[in-house]
Design a binder for this molecule. Structure first.
Ligand SMILES: [Fe+2]
Ligand SMILES: [Fe+2]
Length: 194
């Protein structure tokens, strides 16, 4: 990540922990769907371990979804219908379509979302005075860090080293602009209120 989330963001986001958990649940759901979707799009040349990797990520995300939903229910919240993540939608616009770069871009975007979520979970863990939430965010940090590494490693197999590296740097710069432009609120990828 080219930009770091300040501690103040964590305190703001935790202002409405139920809203934060609801947003989080949808993100886990979408992460599971994304992994299953990627699973069906393996590159032309067979990539060893592709299906295993994607199913394993999807399994982790489904487990996270179950955990976050349980926490939410115990605290009297409930999942609402419909959810929009402007952050992920903005990142998805960076994906080139129909070209050989599509799989590379999708893997880069997946890696970016994992990396930013990871960073946000650590900020939340540190900002939370609620021990249960802090421990939960800390555990997720470790898991999402693993996913970030997996996606980035697969991305690196999608083309010549310099080409992938250049695209990844471009993506990192775009992500920094996208996250900075998000509106504030109790969401995992929200912006900072001034
Ligand atoms: Fe997750
Ligand atoms: Fe993940």
């Amino acid at each position: 990540m080219l930009t770091q989330t300040p501690e103040a963001w964590g305190r703001q986001a935790l202002g409405d922990p139920i809203a934060l958990l609801i947003d989080h649940a949808f993100l886990e759901m979408k992460a599971a769907q994304n992994a299953m979707e990627l699973m069906t799009r393996w590159p032309n040349e067979w990539t060893p371990g592709w299906v295993e990797t994607m199913t394993s990520v999807a399994r982790d995300e489904a487990a996270h979804l179950a955990q976050v939903t349980r926490l939410l229910m115990r605290r009297g919240g409930r999942l609402e219908r419909g959810h929009k993540s402007f952050y992920a939608a903005d990142l998805r616009k960076l994906v080139r379509s129909g070209k050989t770069g599509e799989t590379l871009d999708r893997l880069c975007v997946s890696a970016l979302i994992e990396a930013r979520s990871c960073e946000r979970f650590m900020v939340l863990a540190e900002a939370s005075e609620d021990e249960e939430l802090a421990a939960f965010y800390r555990a997720l940090f470790r898991s999402e860090m693993g996913h970030y590494k997996v996606f980035l490693k697969l991305a690196q197999k999608m083309g010549p080293k310099e080409e992938v590296e250049e695209r990844w740097q471009w993506m990192l710069e775009a992500e920094a602009r996208v996250i900075a432009a998000q509106p504030p609120g109790s969401r995992i990828h929200s912006g900072l209120a001034s």
